[in-house]
Structure formats: structure tokens, C-alpha cells
Design a binder for this molecule. Structure first.
Ligand SMILES: NC(=O)C1=CN([C@@H]2O[C@H](COP(=O)(O)OP(=O)(O)OC[C@H]3O[C@@H](n4cnc5c(N)ncnc54)[C@H](OP(=O)(O)O)[C@@H]3O)[C@@H](O)[C@H]2O)[C@@H](O)CC1
Ligand SMILES: [K+]
Length: 461
């Protein structure tokens, strides 16, 4: 798990004040980290186009040009009149070496984007957009300095952005790199050490980036065990019964000792999954909402009123009945449209999906401020999992999962972990990790996954 920051300007400032490091020194490290990445990948003499803007992102680029000069064929392109004091100083240093700037863009082995970094404070004008689109058209290895130009501090892309193969980000990971919109643009992400180790540079944060190593599987280490030791999940199947059946199968494959589906019609279930008409006496967790459709209000109210661990999904995000349980530690797993509906039900916001996607972190924080016990898992290209003031970002998802039924598998996985005694936040985190890692292990064409494939991959984690 790594720390994420909305802004790092204050961390840079802390370096100057607390460790007596200068801006110049930090910038030298920023540039030399990109130099290292280029030297690892490209042999001497390769051509490197460095495109610089007017601020300190541009200054990083000019410093990089100086570091590469003579070993590589450096083409330094200054796109705008330099404004920052450091950019002017870096250009002076480069010119003293004899390094000349170029007036035209031409395709090179490497393109380094140093147009805008964390200082992007307005929409790109036409000139900047065309410049970025031009660079995107080059068949070069593309490196973004700090953040691909065009992504603003919220992670929003209002017009266009640089398509990086590699982003070398300075000092610490920025939250903006992990918005859904940024996902296609950042490429591989490396953090540059700016003169002190990350442990020293970074301060306490409430936003975290999950990685594969964080996954805790429900492995059974106890030898003296029986099926009751691993809980009993009750899945409430609604009108679209298939959703409940998929969730039940996923839960069984992810370690729940017993799984029952509550359904009033006869359904086709594998022999190891039971069908009942009411909650089992020994039920340890409930999964409800997927495929619910029309329902008997009294029955659903009774189920929601139990104090058992619960995962709530899909149709219930459109129902007032859900408001009654938001003071409890339940797991909610909405996709963006369902979350918009929930925000409206809670009187928090009346927004469209596009607005939510522009500022997912903000709306998740607002919701969790109002309902601090709830664990919210907001689906998306990067899943956000939040409780109270903490947000965990799972960036491991991929388009393989963009299929009907994937969400029902996730509900089953969360339910399985709740049934086995995981806390609500741990169940959401580890189910989401298992779900996304399983999908990334799927070897067939990325359009072909069906829920049973996903469950098979979960079994092999
Ligand atoms: N601080 C440190 O210690 C370290 C900082 N480091 C580096 O500094 C970077 C931050 O530098 P920064 O703050 O100078 O901002 P930057 O991203 O260069 O952009 C600002 C310039 O762009 C302009 N501009 C903005 N939007 C625009 C638009 N849409 N269209 C056109 N112009 C626009 C804006 O113009 P203005 O608003 O002034 O009119 C201003 O001139 C950071 O990402 C990292 O790479 C590292 O070296 C590590 C040490
Ligand atoms: K950049």
C-alpha cells in the first residue's frame, strides 16, 4: 500500500524548511530520475525530444536536457515564454553548455512531456491542445514529467492529455494520477526520490493506493475446523434471480462455509448451495440488492433491520428503504449511476454520472462524512473503497470486468468475507483486490470473460 496526496507543494516546502534542501536540489533529483529511466531503456545516441512549458515542470525538462546532453541526441523545445525563475536559470545553464533549443517538433526515440505539471490551473488553450495531440501522434516512447500534461490536480481531463508510457512523478504519488479519467494516460508510474527517501518526504495521509501484495485471502490455517467455522452467507435473490445465483456461487468459491439463496420461486442451484425462504438461524452475513427488482417491503425491511454484517448492491440504491441502514457498518457497492442515485436519496447531491466521474474523491468524501460507519465501494476503472476519513484506491481493475455479472461476483466475494468474519472495510478491500487480480489473471481474449470464468480465477489466487 502506498500513500497518495492531493497536492505535494506543501511536502516540497517542508523539505526546504525542515531539511534545508533547496528547490534547485529537488529539481536536480527530479531531472536525474528521468535521466535514469531513459538510460535504463535507451542506448547512447538515441534521440530525445523534451517539450517544456513556462513553469517548473518545464524547468525539470531543461535540467534533464543538460543531464542528457552529449550522451543523447537532445532536442529541447521550449513551447512558451519561460516564466519561472528556475526555468530561466536552467535555460541559462543549458546554453552555457552550448545546448541549442529547436524550433520544430520531430519524432524521436523518446518524447518527454514537461509542459504542465502540478501547476495546471486552467483549461488548455487551442495551442496547447494541438501541441499535445501532435506529441501523442508520435510513435515514440513517451515519458510524462510528474503528471501527463492536461490532467489537472483533481484528475480531470477537460480537453486532452499526454498519453504516457511512463510517468515519473516527483516525490510522492498524486491522487490525480488515479482518477478514472487518468487511467488511460499515465502508463507505468515511478516515484522519483527528490533528495530524501519517500519515508522522509511523505507525511501522514488518509488516501492510499492498494497493490497486489495487500491481498489477504481467506486461507484456512486452522486444522480443527468444520463448515460452520467459515460462516453462512444468505443471498437474497430478487426478480432477476441470476444475479443472486452468481453471487452465491462466487461466495462459495471464496470460502464461505455455507451459502443459501433466499428465493420464493424455484431456482436452479448447484447441489452445494441451499435454497430457503427465510434467513437461516446460523446466518453470519447477508448479501442483498442484486437483481432485486420488485420486492415485498415488509420482508426486505425485516432483513435490513437485522444486525448481521451486510453487503448491499444494485437496485437498493434507488430505494428510500436503504436510508434506514446507513447508520450501520454495512458495505455498499454502487456503480457510478447507482451512487448518483444514492447521493440524491441522501440529499447530498443531485448530479449526473459525468459530474461524479470528474470528482469521484470529493463525492466519496462527502458521503463518508455524513455516514462514517458505512463502507462505500464505488465501482469504476479505479475502485474507491472508503470509510470515515480514509479512502483506498484499487487501481488493478481492467476493461475485462466491464460485463454484466461481474458486479454480482464482487457482491458474492464481499459477502463471503463478511460471513467468514472479516470487518466490513477489510471485506470490501480484499474482495475488490481478489476480483480485479483474478480478472487480470484471465488469459483468454479480454472481451470474453463470463462470471464463471472469474469465479474460477478467484479460486486459483
Ligand atoms: N516545487 C518544487 O520544489 C519542485 C517542483 N517540481 C516541478 O515543478 C512542477 C510545478 O511547477 P509550477 O508550479 O511552476 O507549475 P507548472 O506545472 O510548471 O505549470 C505552471 C505554468 O504553466 C502555466 N499554465 C498553467 N495552466 C496553463 C494552461 N492551461 N495553459 C497555459 N499555461 C498554463 C502557468 O501560467 P500562469 O498561471 O502563471 O499564467 C505557469 O507558468 C511540478 O509538476 C514538478 O514537475 C520538481 O522539480 C520537484 C521540485
Ligand atoms: K508533464
Amino acid at each position: 500500500m502506498q500513500n497518495l496526496y492531493y497536492e505535494v507543494g506543501s511536502l516540497d516546502k517542508r523539505c526546504y524548511e525542515k531539511f534545508s534542501l533547496t528547490e534547485d536540489l529537488l529539481m536536480e533529483h527530479a531531472a536525474s530520475n528521468i535521466q535514469e529511466e531513459i538510460e535504463k531503456r535507451f542506448k547512447k545516441g538515441s534521440s530525445v525530444l523534451i517539450v517544456c512549458g513556462s513553469g517548473n515542470n518545464g524547468a525539470d525538462g531543461i535540467a534533464l536536457a543538460r543531464l542528457l546532453y552529449k550522451k543523447y541526441e537532445v532536442k529541447l523545445y521550449i513551447a512558451f515564454e519561460l516564466k519561472s525563475k528556475m526555468a530561466k536559470l536552467q535555460l541559462q545553464r543549458a546554453e552555457l553548455l552550448g545546448l541549442k533549443t529547436v524550433d520544430e517538433l520531430s519524432s524521436c526515440d523518446v518524447v518527454v512531456d514537461c509542459l504542465f505539471g502540478t501547476g495546471l490551473n486552467k483549461d488548455l488553450d487551442r495551442v496547447s491542445q494541438e501541441l499535445i495531440e501532435n506529441l501523442n501522434g508520435f510513435d515514440s516512447f513517451k515519458i510524462a514529467c510528474d503528471i501527463p500534461s492536461g490532467i489537472n490536480p483533481k484528475g480531470e481531463i477537460t480537453t486532452t492529455a499526454f498519453f504516457a508510457d511512463l510517468t515519473v512523478t516527483m516525490g510522492a504519488l498524486k491522487q490525480a494520477l488515479y482518477s478514472d479519467m487518468a487511467k488511460d494516460y499515465i502508463g507505468e508510474v515511478k516515484v522519483a526520490n527528490l533528495g530524501v527517501q519517500r519515508e522522509v518526504y511523505e507525511i501522514q495521509t488518509n488516501v492510499f493506493l492498494l497493490d497486489k501484495g495487500d491481498l489477504k485471502l481467506p486461507l484456512r490455517d486452522k486444522k480443527d475446523a468444520h463448515k460452520g467455522s467459515f460462516g453462512h452467507l444468505n443471498v437474497i435473490a430478487g426478480c432477476k434471480k441470476g444475479a443472486g445465483v452468481i453471487a452465491a456461487k462466487a461466495a462459495f468459491g471464496f470460502g464461505a462455509g455455507l451459502v443459501s439463496v433466499i428465493c420464493h420461486d424455484n431456482i436452479d442451484l448447484p447441489y452445494h448451495i441451499m435454497q430457503t425462504h427465510k434467513l437461516a438461524q446460523n446466518c453470519t452475513a447477508i448479501a442483498i440488492g442484486m437483481g432485486l427488482g420488485l420486492y415485498d417491503e415488509k420482508e426486505i425491511k425485516e432483513i435490513l433491520n437485522t444486525n448481521l454484517p451486510m453487503i448491499i448492491d444494485a437496485d437498493l440504491f434507488h430505494e428510500n428503504i436503504t436510508l434506514n441502514i446507513l447508520e450501520k457498518e454495512v458495505v455498499l457497492t454502487p456503480h457510478p449511476k447507482e451512487f448518483c442515485s444514492l447521493l440524491k436519496l441522501c440529499n447530498l447531491a443531485d448530479i449526473k454520472v459525468e459530474e461524479l466521474q470528474r470528482d469521484r474523491f470529493f463525492y466519496v468524501k462527502e458521503f463518508c462524512k455524513k455516514y462514517p460507519k458505512v463502507v462505500l465501494l464505488l465501482k469504476g476503472a479505479n475502485v474507491l473503497i472508503a470509510q470515515k476519513d480514509k479512502i483506498y484506491v484499487n487501481p488493478l481493475g481492467s476493461a475485462v470486468l466491464s460485463k454484466g455479472g461481474s458486479g454480482d461476483v464482487l457482491s458474492g466475494l464481499v459477502g463471503a468475507l463478511l460471513a467468514q468474519g472479516y470487518s466490513a472495510i477489510d471485506a470490501a478491500i480484499h474482495a475488490s483486490l481478489a476480483h480485479t487480480i483474478a480478472a487480470s489473471n484471465y488469459k483468454k481474449n479480454n472481451y470474453s470473460l463470463i462470471p464463471s470464468d472469474l469465479i474460477e480465477e478467484v479460486k486459483k489466487l
